[in-house]
Design a protein around this ligand. Structure first.
Ligand SMILES: Cc1cc2nc3c(=O)[nH]c(=O)nc-3n(C[C@H](O)[C@H](O)[C@H](O)COP(=O)(O)OP(=O)(O)OC[C@H]3O[C@@H](n4cnc5c(N)ncnc54)[C@H](O)[C@@H]3O)c2cc1C
Length: 410
């Protein structure tokens, strides 16, 4: 079959314009498909926080056209773990030697989102993606590929991608019942600190010197507490995540906004050099509940598929949530190339699930275990096996090979 007589491009509805939804839109647009993204928010951008983009995600993002210089990353070469009380640190590089050539990076989420938006709607291969902000989807019929918007409009498509995050609506349609993500008992403070303020503290060497990458501070004690920090946006910002055990997540007055005073109070007993950094955080500080989805029975139904947090939201322990969403987007692109017919879609989604669900399920459970089981805390940074599985993975190659084997002569 030549390009001229190949079937019509697929019509695709992507629900959610987060990192996962935009990555899927880009992957499908590049194949010539007609992609629309529906996003609840009126002015979607990512929250003011950092994100670690590990090499398994970067491999896919570069395949989709990402220009590293546009996301202003800081090299993520490993972790320095500090004793919260003595202030002593131990640096660990990634254990895979190839990480020295192909480096993970630490970015501002907004820079990543802006770059994905450029690749979705800007000039490039395939028709530009149409983004509908303020387009909340309230229902989906997976068998016929329709979604209903909150204004009542019904949109027909050949494929629906449910990239609508933790509280996914598409998940309900795919599963046939509501599956909420229960509270994990952990919450976190999140803040971005202007790195020029580091001039005001006596010792910032522990953060800015030595191995480029993450700084981790597990805090011994009865209740779980941990700090994770790193510089991002070419070193001009410091990202801070402060995790703590929080039994009050179901309280009706739980607030998504915290204060520097609360942060300092919760972490008052750590070494003064770390407290000095926390004291630089500006009010208000984001307060985030961490929730974990149980493993789902399926990610697909008919012509609808789940991707990203909608499918496998978990704790941030491995820093792989968005990375997996990007891998899944890349795999969808490989399984639905130009020339895919409407009637091919359900079988391609079965292939998507076969390829991707075991990996999503693994990260969902492993991220939880490496937080809740004391013997597994920090395992990711010690284990060659876990790093090989996560960082060594090439989602594009795997999906292309699967496509060649199962569909290329169909
Ligand atoms: C503290 C913390 C640190 C993390 N650090 C990392 C990290 O370093 N690296 C990493 O890879 N991952 C990290 N993660 C995980 C990562 O943030 C998520 O896995 C990722 O952002 C999920 O992306 P997504 O596109 O699937 O969903 P989301 O980002 O949640 O996007 C979903 C979108 O869908 C929209 N939406 C929802 N419902 C509807 C609807 N009905 N109709 C239309 N639109 C809708 C929402 O408005 C939203 O824009 C971290 C998570 C946390 C909590």
């Amino acid at each position: 079959m030549t390009y001229e007589d190949s079937p019509q491009p697929l019509k695709v509805s992507v629900v959610g314009a987060g990192i996962g939804g935009l990555a899927a839109a880009i992957a499908l647009r590049r194949n010539g498909h007609l992609v629309q993204v529906f996003e609840t928010s009126e002015n979607k951008t990512e929250i003011g926080a950092g994100i670690g983009v590990q090499v398994n995600a970067l491999r896919v993002l570069e395949h989709l056209g990402l220009a590293r210089e546009n996301v202003k990353g800081v090299s993520y070469d490993g972790i320095t773990t500090y004793d919260a009380h003595s202030g002593e640190g131990v640096a660990r590089r990634w254990l895979l030697p190839e990480m020295d050539q192909n480096r993970s990076i630490l970015c501002h989420r907004k820079d990543m989102h802006d770059e994905l938006m450029r690749l979705a709607v800007g000039k490039g291969e395939g028709p530009p993606v149409r983004i509908h902000l303020g387009g909340k989807v309230i229902q989906c019929s997976p068998e016929d590929g329709t979604i209903t918007l909150n204004g009542g409009e019904i949109v027909h498509a050949d494929l629906v991608v449910g990239a609508d995050g933790l509280h996914s609506t598409i998940r309900t349609s795919v599963l046939g019942h509501v599956q909420t993500a229960p509270p994990s008992g952990l919450s976190c403070f999140r803040s971005l600190i202007d790195a020029s303020k580091l001039r005001d503290i006596d010792d910032a060497e522990w953060l800015t010197g030595g191995l480029s990458g993450m700084r981790g501070l597990p805090i011994k004690g009865e209740d779980f507490r941990m700090l994770a920090m790193y510089t991002c946006r070419t070193g001009s910002l410091v990202n801070l995540v402060a995790l703590y055990a929080d039994p009050h997540q179901d309280d009706p007055d739980w607030s998504a906004v915290g204060t520097r005073e609360e942060l300092l109070q919760r972490f008052h007993d750590i070494h003064p050099k770390f407290l000095a950094l926390l004291a630089l955080a500006d009010n208000p500080i984001l307060r985030w509940q961490l929730r974990v989805l149980p493993l789902l029975d399926t990610w697909i139904r008919g012509r609808a598929a789940l991707l990203g947090d909608a499918a496998h939201a978990t704790l941030p322990t491995l820093g792989q949530g968005a990375a997996l969403a990007v891998e899944e987007a890349g795999a969808l692109g490989c399984l639905l190339p130009r020339g895919t017919r409407r009637e091919d879609v359900p079988r391609r989604l079965e292939a998507y699930q076969t390829l991707r669900k075991p990996r999503g399920d693994y990260v969902n459970r492993e991220a939880l275990d490496q937080t809740t089981e004391p013997s597994k805390r920090g395992l990711y940074f010690r284990s060659h096996e876990v790093q090989s599985y996560l960082l060594g993975h090439n989602a594009i190659k795997e999906a292309q090979e699967y496509y060649e084997k199962h569909f290329s002569r169909a």
